[in-house]
Design a protein around this ligand. Structure first.
Ligand code: SF4
Length: 368
């Protein structure tokens, strides 16, 4: 996890206009190079890229320049591209790395769902976190050995979470959407999930895996449009393999995980269709589609989190009023972060949680 030191270092290599994930990831890279024992000749960094309109496509170019300026011209910065679904055609990473990473992403999603489902109701404080950390650590070891081992390990994860003592109370469920880095990064979102839990809510976090499934879908759609039929076939195979891994890894949780079945990419795009066209590619359409999914499935509120000045996040913020109007005025909070602690965030969250507790849409899952 990043620290204040990561941010302080990263800001020295930023002009001040970049969004916070740039400063943090740059700071984390440099912090790693300063650790005792770091060997620039035996290390590589990983920063995916894209050619979309927001700043993310520039991260790896600028970070390459930073590494070069620090004398690390020969230290690779590996950057698979979202435009071919990260298949890294002809690149140094290869399909095995991609598949290992995909399985790892799915298991992290599962672990996060289990944690968020258990922690607000645990009878023994801190137990859910301890189980989560232990399983995450173990899952990492399994992936580094052979990611196929995860198909067996998920049954162990199920056993360990099922053993937690859970109190039988109900709490309002809050869907969290937004920029993918920020919503998964508790340092930069100032622990938003724990804040919601401390105010009496349970969180459903948009999964990381939805982005990879979406990128593969767009790879297929764009290959079809460009009549690149070999790429279309590759995208089709990638999609099938991803879905097969997903269904095998989720198999143990069908009866235990309330949010086991996520909306498919097609359903998310369908949800977002009244608000934006699917040719408008990127994160905004996923956040809109997932927020609608949360509203339709009776959650008590939606929080959209974004880095300050984030382009896709600002689009979601602009559309949020219309979406709320279409879905019973579901409580909705847009929160932006720039690395400086805002004193009024807590007050806004408290007011939002008060609304969420009062909210009673048709089919709401929260009853006091
Ligand atoms: S998605 Fe937002 S935060 Fe991420 S790089 Fe783009 S503009 Fe910055």
């Amino acid at each position: 996890m990043s620290t204040q030191e990561s941010l302080d270092i990263g800001r020295k290599y930023a002009s001040g206009k970049e969004c916070i994930p740039y400063a943090l990831t740059t700071g984390d890279i440099i912090k790693k190079t300063l650790e005792p024992g770091f060997d620039k000749d035996k290390s590589a960094f990983f920063m995916p890229t894209t050619n979309g309109p927001c700043r993310f496509g520039q991260y790896q170019s600028v970070q390459r320049m930073v590494l070069d300026s620090l004398g690390m011209q020969n230290t690779p910065l590996l950057s698979p591209d979202s435009n071919d679904g990260y298949s890294d055609k002809g690149g140094p990473i290869g399909s095995k790395f991609r598949r290992d990473a995909w399985r790892g992403v799915l298991v992290v999603d599962i672990l996060q769902k289990l944690l968020h489902q258990a922690r607000p109701y645990e009878a023994n404080k801190g137990e859910a976190d301890r189980v989560y950390e232990a399983c995450l650590d173990e899952a990492g070891k399994v992936v580094s050995h052979n990611s196929s081992g995860l198909f067996q390990y998920v049954w162990e994860i199920k056993k360990r979470f099922s053993a937690l003592e859970i109190e039988k109370i109900k709490k309002p469920i809050i869907g969290v959407v937004g920029e993918i880095y920020l919503r998964n990064h508790s340092f930069s979102n100032q622990g938003i999930i724990r804040c919601i839990e401390s105010l009496g809510g349970e969180v459903r976090l948009a999964p990381i895996g939805e982005w990879f499934l979406y990128c593969t879908t767009m790879y297929m759609n764009n290959s079809r449009m460009d009549k690149k039929y070999l790429d279309l076939f590759k995208g089709y195979m990638q999609d099938r393999i991803q879905r097969r891994d997903e269904s095998r890894l989720y198999e143990p949780f069908h009866n235990t995980l309330a949010c086991c079945e996520d909306a498919t990419t097609a359903e998310i795009l369908g949800n977002a269709a009244p608000y934006m066209k699917d040719t408008f590619e990127g994160e905004a359409i996923l956040s809109v589609g997932k927020a609608v999914d949360f509203a339709k499935s009776g959650q008590s509120g939606v929080v959209n989190i974004l880095p300050f000045s984030c382009m896709p996040g600002t689009i979601v913020t602009a559309l949020s009023k219309k979406i709320r109007g279409d879905y019973n005025n579901i409580p909705w909070l847009n929160l932006d972060y720039d690395g400086v602690e805002e004193t009024n965030t807590q007050t806004r969250l408290e007011a939002f949680m008060f609304q969420a507790k009062q909210y009673r849409p048709h089919g709401a899952c929260f009853t006091e």
